[in-house]
Write a protein that binds this ligand. Structure first.
Ligand code: SAM
Length: 293
């Protein structure tokens, strides 16, 4: 038995003060100080390859499908007529790949601050993005998402049916992607009835963060809510995705209609199902209370 007090060769996440998940490092694949973040990719027998930025697990090749399918397919299929998608962050390419699975999507613009995350994910985690970065419908921009969204305001070419914020946590470069001003700037780029979704906290451990996100979204959208999934590598149980739109009917789109849309798109998924999509908006009482603030 190894000593539970000291575990050399294990990676301990530094996201929370009082708890931490620890993952055995079977092999360090790559380590880098990028211009913006400390990046490590390592191998683990359970999670496959693990990408961490600034001490926080971002994605793993074993469970990425849960997070990426839910952050992309839910807003796109709920909307039903998506032509243009904007992704802020998402450097590993998993969200881009899922967005481009929808044949109606004519353009998916991805804005990430850190080119190294994209390059290193393509090199060491190629299964996450598949061919997405080479898809002619993909437009990749290297910029701070908050700055880019502000500058895009008023440009008729920069209008989106779905905006997905696939960001790091609100620490370091990702912090600007959690402000009320940023949410308002995203809203300004959206077509009528557009849907905004974001990476929005593990409620058991980041309850205040979920409350703050929904409070900051509320001034800009008629319907602000959250939907959930359990992503194993995001320690702490259920995680939530933020949901914001002016079309209050969209989150109640029923499973039969979602199934028709998924079938029309020929969607192949490992986690997503229309029933699960519809059910993901049913939240535990404590999460509803956090949203209510
Ligand atoms: N699924 C992940 C999670 O929930 O932890 C997010 C993964 S994705 C790798 C996060 C991306 O956000 C990174 O590629 C990072 O470079 C990008 N990012 C952080 N701050 C940003 C900013 N201000 N503008 C654009 N991209 C940003």
């Amino acid at each position: 038995m190894s000593d539970p007090w000291v575990r050399p060769g294990w990676y301990s996440e530094t996201l929370y003060d009082a708890v931490s998940q620890t993952i055995r490092v079977d092999r360090v694949v790559h380590r880098d100080h990028t211009e913006h973040q400390d990046l490590v990719i390592f191998e683990n027998a359970v999670y496959g390859r693990v990408l961490a930025l600034d001490g926080i697990i971002q994605t793993t090749t074993a469970d990425e499908f849960v997070y990426h399918e839910m952050i992309a397919h839910v807003p796109i299929l709920a909307h039903g007529r998506v032509r243009r998608v904007l992704i802020i962050g998402g450097g590993d390419g998993g969200t881009l790949r899922r967005a481009l699975m929808h044949p109606g999507v004519e353009r998916a613009t991805m804005v990430d601050i850190d080119r190294s995350v994209i390059d290193l994910s393509r090199e060491y985690l190629p299964e996450i993005s598949g061919q997405a970065f080479d898809d002619p419908r993909a437009e990749i921009v290297i910029a701070d998402g908050a700055r880019w969204v502000k500058d895009a305001e008023g440009d008729p070419e920069r209008r989106y049916d779905v905006v997905i914020v696939d960001s790091t946590d609100p620490i370091g470069p990702g912090e600007v992607l959690f402000t009320e001003e940023f949410y308002g700037d995203c809203r300004a780029l959206m077509t009528p009835g557009g849907v905004f979704a974001n990476q929005a906290a593990v409620p058991m451990l980041q309850g205040e963060e979920l409350t703050t996100i929904t409070r900051r979204l509320r001034p800009h959208f008629a319907d602000v809510w959250a939907y959930s999934a359990a992503v194993p590598a995001y320690y702490g149980g259920l995680m939530t995705f933020g949901w914001a739109t002016d079309d209050t009917a969209l989150r109640r789109t029923d499973a039969d209609e979602l199934a028709r849309r998924a079938e029309a798109a020929d969607l192949v998924a490992r986690y997503y199902t229309p029933e699960l999509h519809a059910g993901a908006f049913a939240l535990p009482r404590y999460v509803r209370d956090l949203i209510a603030g």
